[in-house]
Design a protein around this ligand. Structure first.
Ligand SMILES: Cc1cc2nc3c(=O)[nH]c(=O)nc-3n(C[C@H](O)[C@H](O)[C@H](O)COP(=O)(O)OP(=O)(O)OC[C@H]3O[C@@H](n4cnc5c(N)ncnc54)[C@H](O)[C@@H]3O)c2cc1C
Length: 389
């Protein structure tokens, strides 16, 4: 039987960041991941799965030594964020207004995961076990035993970072509240006639939002929200046909583009009813799957990681038992309400803007118009979205 301080199930962005955070506190950590991320070759095309990484998340990744390892040619910082419904109702958020050099970065998920893995592989307190899946977890007063087909590991803490369909969450008997939205999100990688941009924007339309996330060089990731059936139809088109439709539906400011890759994802909201069951804690998408509208998903996951590391660091510094119930309970208190608020805010935004009612149209246009002229409120919202308060 192996013995470690913490077993983390799932070595995605959140699981790998948790491993490094806890290893930095001196804990011995085992990560169980069913498949390793594909290695990266310098000139390969951009992946479809990209994330808008907030300034706070960038800081966390830098503290873990991972940000420095990401190829700079795959990171696209942006200084401005535009939200519009029509040309009249437009509001723009700017990094300078909150005294930041940038608001965030668009980065491929795999680049982040690979950089974190590189650090995990080099850390003497971390063991990465790839190709195994957890089969059972038994808990007692003093420890938990995590079993895979080939291994049994005794541990004081189990972190579920195994994503939205978390098996560990099910093993822990933790239920979820949520629903599937009627819409899917189509991700389209395009090459652009415009030079690399310093803005990400989102335009709301009655059939759903359209978004542009800049990528380095003359590249961008477009997100097209539509009814599920319509997205399936769009996904069946050739890149040339899709390019034509993009020019018809996206605002002119996109400029001429060429679709080079596409894929789609169902939109789900799911929130775990608890974040803890005994010695098992849920982090990242295992705890919360959020509408990707404002690109907050993994940023919330990284906030979970920071909060847990802070709680355990404080317990260690105070000489208390870092894995006792009183300490572990603090994690849910620190994170669940914050995540719930963000999920609800995204839903309110989504419901308000994806609606054809003339009254709502007036209200949201007035709202965007007023927001553009209310810098104090705008800056507060912006600081929160950047993870700065
Ligand atoms: C269309 C779309 C756009 C998005 N855009 C953004 C954005 O701009 N910004 C943002 O912050 N977020 C965004 N997100 C959300 C973001 O992608 C997720 O929040 C993030 O990937 C969650 O990371 P995670 O590590 O918690 O889970 P995952 O990425 O799902 O990783 C889970 C890991 O666990 C492993 N695993 C699963 N089950 C097991 C098992 N039984 N045993 C062992 N290993 C297992 C998997 O192989 C995987 O590696 C977007 C999501 C979607 C769908």
């Amino acid at each position: 039987m192996n013995r470690v301080d913490c077993v983390i199930v799932g070595g995605g962005m959140v699981g790998a960041a948790s491993a490094l955070s806890l290893a930095q506190l001196g804990l011995k950590v085992t990560v169980i991941e069913r498949s390793s991320p594909k290695r990266f070759t310098h000139d390969e095309p951009f992946d479809l799965r990209v994330s808008a990484i907030s300034v706070a998340s960038e800081q966390l990744l830098a503290n873990l030594g991972a940000w420095q390892l990401i190829d700079k040619s795959r990171i696209c910082p942006y200084q401005r964020l535009g939200v519009s419904e029509s040309d009249l109702a437009y509001t723009e958020f700017n990094a300078a207004s909150i005294k930041q050099s940038h608001l965030g970065n668009i980065v491929e998920n795999r680049q982040i995961q690979l950089a974190l893995w590189q650090q995990c592989e080099a850390h003497q307190n971390i063991e990465l076990i790839v190709g195994e899946e957890v089969q059972s977890i038994e808990q007692s007063e003093t420890h938990a035993i995590v079993s895979t087909a080939d291994l049994k590991i005794e541990t004081k803490l189990v972190l579920a970072a195994d994503g939205g369909n978390s098996f560990v969450r099910k093993l822990a008997g933790i239920g979820t509240t949520g629903w599937n939205y009627d819409q899917s999100a189509m991700l389209i990688n395009v090459t652009t006639e415009l030079e690399q941009q310093d803005i990400t924007w989102q335009q709301f339309t009655p059939t759903g939002p359209l978004a542009m996330l800049p990528m380095s060089g003359q590249n961008a990731s477009l997100v097209w929200y539509q009814q599920r059936e319509e997205i399936k139809r769009l996904a069946g088109l050739s890149n040339e046909e899709l390019t034509q439709l993009i020019h018809q539906h996206f605002p002119e400011k996109l400029g001429r583009v060429n679709a080079v890759d596409k894929g789609y994802f169902p939109l789900t909201r799911r929130h775990a009813n608890q974040y803890r069951a005994g010695r098992i804690l849920l982090l990242g998408d295992a705890a919360h799957s959020i509408n990707p509208l404002a690109g907050q998903g993994v940023n919330l996951g990284f906030k979970d990681v920071s909060a847990l590391a802070q709680i355990i660091a404080t317990a260690i510094a105070e000489g208390t038992n870092w894995h006792e119930e009183k300490t572990l309970r603090q994690y849910q208190a620190a994170r669940r309400t914050d995540n719930l608020m963000m999920m609800s805010a995204m839903d309110a935004l989504y419901a308000t803007f994806s609606n054809n009612s003339p009254i709502l149209k007036v209200i949201r246009n007035v709202g965007l118009f007023a927001a553009q002229r209310t810098p104090v409120l705008k800056n507060k919202v912006l600081e929160y979205a950047c993870g700065l308060n």
